[in-house]
Design a protein around this ligand. Sequence first.
Ligand code: CTP
Ligand code: CA
Length: 223
Amino acid sequence: DSAIKRSMPLFGKTVMVTAGPTYEAIDPVRFIGNHSSGKMGFALADELTRLGADVTLIAGPTAQKSTQMLKRIDVVSAQDMFNACSSVFPNTDITVMCAAVADYRPKVVATQKIKKQDSDLVLELEKTTDILASLGTAKKAHQILVGFALETNDEENYAKGKLEKKNLDLVVLNSLNDKGAGFKSDTNKITIFNKALERTVFEMKSKTDVAKDICAAILKIAK
Ligand code: CTP
Ligand code: CA
C-alpha cells in the first residue's frame, strides 16, 4: 500500500454498511416494501471508502450506484439481508445499519399469483429478525455498531431507547417531521446520540454532507 493510503483515517478498518429497503414477497408478482431510496447508505459507503476503509455494502433493491470501488452484496428480503450481515459482521470493525429493513413479512408466500376474489383479502404478517439487535448481541468490544432511528413522534426518546436496547455505539435520528428530510429527498436532517446519550444536532444538508458528519462522529470513537 502507498503512503497516501496508509495515512487515510480509516486505513486498515473493515466496514459494513447496509442500504435501501427490503422487499417481502406476497406472491411471485407482489411484495411489501417501503420508500427508502438507498441514497443515505450509498453516500455513507462511498464516504467511508474515501476515508480509506475496506467497505462491504449490503444493498436492498435500489437504483443507486456507488461511485467508489467497494464490495457490494445485493439482497432482496430482510432474511437475505440478515444472512449477508451475519456472515460479514464478525470480520468488521465498524458497521453502519442504514437499511430500512421490513419489520414484518407475509407469513405465507403464495407460490402462484393470488387471484382476485369477490371478498376482501387478509394477509397475515410475521415479524422479521431485527438484524441490528442481533448484531448488537454478537458485538465484540473492539467493534463499533451504528444504527438509525426513523421516527415521527417522541423522536429523541425512541432513538435513545434503540441505542440502549440494541447495544449501539451511536444512533442517528432521522425525524420525518423535518421537511426535506427522509426517504426520497437528496437532503437530510439528523441528530446523533452517543453511548453517553450526548446529543449533536445537525443542520439540513445534502446526504453527501450528512454522510461526512456521521463519519466524523464515527472517527471520534474509532481507535
Ligand atoms: N433494523 C434492523 N432489522 C429490522 C428492523 C430494523 O436491523 N428487522 C435496524 C434499522 O436498520 C435501523 C434500526 O434497526 O438501523 C432502527 O430501525 P427503525 O425502523 O427506526 O426501528 P425499529 O427498531 O424497527 O422499531 P420501529 O420501526 O417500531 O420504530
Ligand atoms: Ca422498523
